[in-house]
Ligand binder design. Sequence first.
Ligand code: 1MF
Length: 188
Amino acid sequence: MYGLINRAVKGLVTEQFGIEAWDRIRTRAGLEDEDFISMESYDDSVTYDLVAAATEELGLSADTILEAFGGYWVEYTAVEGYGALLDSAGSTLPEFLSNLDQMHARVKLAFPDLKPPRFRISESTEAGLTLHYFSHRPGLAALVTGLVKGLASRFGREVKVTPFRTGEGEEAHDAFKIIYVDIAGSEV
Ligand code: 1MF
């Protein structure tokens, strides 16, 4: 994945746990370089190794870290030069989610090494929707839960997100039941 991802992992860890925690995690992951280059393509194993090292150093589950990272990614990219990209993808959660593949296609034009996941929406009503997630990368469903919650909060909403596996054979994939919640906490 592009170095931007690993830089964001570093940003999340240093903001929440400090630079010493980051140095221990980086060392445990076997990374010698102090930093990442955003526009350089790194092997996915670098990111997976960082998450594994973070679970051990911080005593948190991989899903907890991935979900926190998903929320952080939405905030991080908004301030790291991709605010206009995010704005262009929509101003409501369902609109944004339905434009994700197009947004990734635009990023891939400029950065051809991008290997974006694909998303599909089903059962969209005023109460919520189901989001289907097809990725080249295994084990990242909790990241999508965090992305969806982060996006909802970007649009001033709250959502309940319930992941589940669906489809069969080649088409087996992770999906998410997303329910819009009002501020008082009850489902709309
Ligand atoms: O293959 C990749 O390197 C890659 C990197 C990031 C693929 C996808 C993404 C974005 N995606 C991360 C989770 C991927 C999980 C998976 O592969 O199954 C999150 C997508 C997303 C979802 C909801 C809301 C916002 C989202 O992302 C917005 C976004 C997406 C891509 C970029 C920025 C914001 C991006 C921009 C430039 C990149 C890489 C990604 O590379 C650079 C960076 C700096 C200079 C040159 C190139």
